[in-house]
Design a protein around this ligand. Structure first.
Ligand SMILES: Cc1cc2nc3c(=O)[nH]c(=O)nc-3n(C[C@H](O)[C@H](O)[C@H](O)COP(=O)(O)O)c2cc1C
Length: 339
């Protein structure tokens, strides 16, 4: 029926990587155990030993395959070496060049390569270097947003592009339930990647206040006020929190470097100070003025009413998609069955 099996996973449901450390071993293992593809997130600096620990910890929590995500805009060579040495199932890439050499190296290690793209041109490059699947991110997506197109318009173009290649397409951006899943299937995707929905789960490493805001608030905005110095030219979609609404018109010349420290966090084992307008989201270790920190979320956030276990999210999406397809798209078969 379309939702079974991408890249050898039971359901076509991917937990999108949630940087810097929100999709940790607990979330990834919970997703893997429930039949989805979970993606750990590598640190934004070279930390191969820490990354190996994360991978091994995840393996103590699940015997199912899973992947690791790397943002290519940050130092990553040693991290990728560790990922390939550990032979995880999938290497997910974002924001940088996914080269043919890297794809070959990953394939030699038996690791599949899945870049996330935000434009037709980026998708074309990914096809040309022989990737195993493509994640298409629409502008509805939470977190950093690499393109300008909506999923509704970009996804079918990428689907057409890969028509003669054996490359599954994974839809990302604003999808939180079975309806979004079926819509993505209708547009030609083989799978969906959900970020915000998995952020709002019991196993995600997000701070409880951040999780509560995902349930309470229902509007987001595309902006660049966070992390301008650390990651220039990388816009984000964030929750319209009271803090964001007060500061959303931050003048272009201002950035986090000259701002006060508003909190502290342990991120991937490193103690970090968090300045106002830093792009780092609050995790469970974060202390300080949590409400003034970046809170990324996709446009589907208004549909999230509860923090759920990750397995429950997968169950609801699969069952929702199945019943929707049966009720709305194959009525003849149903009436035939009844006769
Ligand atoms: C908190 C957060 C962190 C994210 N971090 C990453 C990341 O490290 N790498 C990446 O490829 N995408 C990242 N994304 C984007 C997701 O991969 C995905 O495109 C997005 O979550 C899909 O939209 P949705 O949030 O509406 O489901 C992040 C998204 C969120 C919400």
């Amino acid at each position: 029926m379309g939702w079974r099996g991408i890249l050898g996973f039971e359901y076509g449901i991917v937990q999108a990587p949630l940087g810097p450390d929100i999709s940790g071993p607990e979330l990834v293992a919970a997703v893997a155990n429930a039949g989805g593809l979970g993606l750990l997130r590598a640190p934004d600096w070279e930390a191969p030993d820490h990354l190996r620990e994360l991978i091994r910890k995840t393996r103590t929590l699940t015997d199912k395959p899973f992947g690791v995500a790397v943002v290519l805009a940050f130092p990553h060579k040693e991290n990728i070496r560790a990922i390939l040495d550990e032979k995880v199932a999938v290497l997910q890439l974002y924001w940088g060049e996914c080269s043919e050499d890297l794809v070959l190296e990953a394939h030699q290690a038996g690791v599949k390569v899945v870049p996330q793209v935000g434009s037709f041109e980026e998708a074309k490059k990914a096809v040309d270097v022989g990737v195993d699947a493509i994640m298409v991110q629409g502008v509805e997506a939470g977190g950093h947003v690499i393109g300008q197109d909506t999923l509704l318009t970009l996804l079918p173009r990428v689907v057409d592009l890969v028509r003669n290649h054996d490359i599954p397409v994974i839809a990302a951006g604003g999808i939180v339930d079975g309806r979004g899943y079926v819509a993505a299937l209708a547009l030609g995707a083989q799978a969906v990647a959900l970020g915000t929905r998995f952020l709002a789960t019991e196993e995600s490493y997000a701070h409880p206040i951040y999780k509560r805001k995902l349930v309470e608030l229902d509007k987001t905005e595309y902006t660049d006020i966070f992390g301008r110095a650390r990651w220039p030219g990388a816009p984000q979609r964030v929750l319209k929190t009271p803090f964001f609404m007060d500061w959303r018109t931050l003048p272009h010349h201002e950035n986090e470097t000259d701002q006060p420290i508003i909190g502290r966090s342990n991120i991937h084992g490193m103690e970090k100070e968090i300045r106002r307008f830093a792009g780092t989201v609050p995790n469970v270790t974060t202390t300080g003025d949590i409400e003034s920190m970046a809170m990324y979320a996709g446009q589907g956030v208004g549909l999230i009413k509860k923090i759920l276990p990750a397995s429950e999210v997968i169950k609801i999406i699969v069952e929702g998609a199945q019943s929707l397809i049966q009720q709305k798209f194959i009525p003849e078969k149903l009436s035939g069955d009844r006769v």
